[in-house]
Design a protein around this ligand. Structure first.
Ligand SMILES: [Zn+2]
Length: 158
């Protein structure tokens, strides 16, 4: 048992375990106080994006959403994921094999998992795992409550 715990700890403290997850500096960061976020977001959105919560699987907004469009950060509007990179992982959460732009998200080590956040406003989005489909082999497991879906038709009008 001790050996297992030690091995886990060693694996967790090893940042080179995730060399493919590179963070980029963001120049237009959005910083707001907890009070400001609370006013802007629903209690569920706040609990997930600002307090690293997780919504229930299957019973969420975008798990089964197959419409074409862009998933933006619910906090700051940063474009995060596209429907073209969405797939049904069977986990009950909206899953993507790649973000729209690698500079729009950032990675944090979270125990033996890798947490994914919005690189502009630091919103917690979900986690990324290495059991996704080709071509990346990655599975970005996201919370619907962290995302704001904008349909393609609507986007074209803007
Ligand atoms: Zn954001």
């Amino acid at each position: 048992m001790v050996t297992i715990v030690l091995r886990l700890f060693t694996a967790c403290s090893h940042t080179s375990q995730f060399p493919k997850f590179q963070n980029f500096n963001q120049t237009d960061t959005v910083i707001k106080s907890d009070e400001e976020w609370k006013r802007q977001l629903t209690p569920e959105q706040y609990a997930i994006t600002r307090e690293q919560g997780t919504e229930p699987p299957f019973n969420n907004k975008y798990d089964k959403n197959n419409e074409k469009g862009v998933y933006k950060c619910v906090c700051c509007g940063n474009s995060l994921f596209s429907s073209y990179q969405k797939f049904d992982s069977g986990t009950g959460w909206p899953s993507f094999w790649q973000p729209i732009d690698k500079t729009h998200i950032k990675y944090l080590e979270d125990g033996d998992r890798v947490e994914v956040r919005c690189n502009r406003c630091d919103a917690h989005l979900g986690h990324v795992f290495d059991d996704g489909p080709k071509p990346t082999g990655l599975r970005y497991c996201m919370n619907s409550a962290s995302l704001d879906f904008v349909k393609r038709k609507k986007m074209a009008k803007k």
